[in-house]
Design a protein around this ligand. Structure first.
Ligand code: 5GP
Length: 212
């Protein structure tokens, strides 16, 4: 498998549904407009508030399989009974442009991305407790009981894999969680290989080595 070295930050946000990920990510992107968001493809049906091409590209299973066969996905996974995949070309083009990129995907996808891009920054957003997660899923009233139960089981599994992440953000207090995310973004921009790729003359002068 080919590993790739980055000239921009690739953030991967993993969170069980109900952890408050979407609201946090939108607040982060509003405060850091330079970061691009990848829009995934899914076989899940759109929720009432969701639009094709904005929240997801919604496709049927036959189309998903076709895209997968054609190598259009950098990673893909079966989550809560549906397929999800990240567009390979969008990720490649964005990073080649030197733009920072954020993926909101599950833990299976995150480990696929980490194998491809060892410098990807994996951020796990956790709710303060499973009870609070259950309360939030009921409060948002988006899913039926069976779906909520499935999501809570999925969340427990995901929490067991939280240690694979580089950073853990606990979404108890929203403002604090957002501040944590902003600090991670800022720290990432200061990492050695990114600094060097932005200051090639300095690197040359000092005989510093950038990633292969
Ligand atoms: P939801 O259906 O609630 O939008 O998302 C369900 C789960 O699928 C979430 O954990 C979300 O992060 C994950 N997910 C969304 N897009 C992708 C993707 O492209 N790849 C992977 N592996 N997971 C995804």
């Amino acid at each position: 498998m080919e590993q790739r070295f980055l000239k921009a930050s690739l953030f991967v946000i993993v969170a069980p549904s109900g952890a408050g990920k979407t609201t946090l990510v939108h607040a982060l992107l509003r405060s850091r407009p330079g970061i691009k968001l990848s829009i995934s493809t899914t076989t899940r049906l759109p929720r009432q508030s969701e639009r094709h091409g904005e929240h997801y590209f919604f496709v049927d299973e036959a189309r998903f399989v076709e895209l997968q066969k054609n190598g259009q996905f950098l990673e893909s996974a079966f989550v809560h009974g549906h397929y999800y995949g990240t567009s390979s070309s969008f990720v490649d083009e964005t990073l080649a442009n030197g733009d920072d990129l954020l993926l909101e995907i599950d833990c299976q996808g995150a480990s696929q991305i980490k194998r491809l891009f060892p410098e990807a920054v994996i951020i796990f957003i956790a709710p303060p407790s499973v009870e609070e997660l259950r309360r939030r899923l009921h409060a948002r009233a988006q899913d039926d009981e069976a779906t909520i139960a499935r999501r809570i089981e999925g969340a427990k599994k995901e929490l067991q894999r939280a240690h694979e992440a580089d950073y853990l953000v606990i979404n108890d207090d929203f403002d604090q969680a957002l501040l944590d995310l902003q600090r991670i973004v800022e720290a990432s921009a200061l990492r050695y290989h990114l600094r060097l790729s932005r200051f090639p003359l300095l690197a040359e002068r000092l005989g510093l080595r950038s990633a292969p």
